[in-house]
Design a protein around this ligand. Structure first.
Ligand SMILES: O=C1C[C@@](O)(C(=O)O)C[C@@H](O)[C@@H]1O
Length: 149
């Protein structure tokens, strides 16, 4: 059994009502429930956390080093484009992670094209809607266990 962690950053608690033409109609609760079911079905544990506070995400990443988390999936929201501190948290703990974006950040405003995390991530998924989280989880399970059943 692998311990997996899904983190969502600022404003992603608004999914479902936030610019649905860009971010879709699914709520974050629905996405989290689906991911937890997906992980459980394969015998793994998946914790999901959303926070609008940068420090809370950083503290959870630090704690992940101590609680045996094998892999992190993160949609950092706008912190993607601003947060050296989040990048340093990941390089500090050395836990592999995948960066997920619901929208195709490369087809939007210029300021969304740069990520402070992408070059230290195991991979990046953008533009595939909420399915991106599931694909990331599938890849994480494969990397951690060597199988995706
Ligand atoms: O909050 C978000 C959501 C986002 O990370 C996405 O999932 O497409 C893209 C970011 O640019 C934006 O600030």
């Amino acid at each position: 059994m692998a311990k997996l962690l899904v983190l969502n950053g600022p404003n992603l608690n608004l999914l479902g009502t936030r610019e649905p033409e860009i971010y879709g109609a699914q709520t974050l609760d629905q996405i989290h429930q689906h991911l937890q079911q997906f992980a459980t079905n394969q015998g793994h544990q998946c914790e999901c956390l959303q926070s609008n506070r940068e420090y809370e995400l950083i503290e959870r990443i630090h704690a992940a080093k101590l609680d045996g988390t094998a892999f992190i999936i993160i949609n950092p929201g706008a912190l993607t484009h601003t947060s050296i501190a989040l990048r340093d948290a990941f390089t500090g703990v050395g836990i592999p992670f995948i960066e997920v974006h619901i929208s195709n950040v490369h087809a939007r405003e210029n300021f969304r094209k740069h990520s402070y995390l992408a070059d230290v991530a195991a991979g990046v998924i953008a533009g595939l809607g909420s399915q991106g989280y599931e694909l990331a989880l599938q890849a994480a399970i494969k990397q951690v266990t060597g199988s995706n059943e």
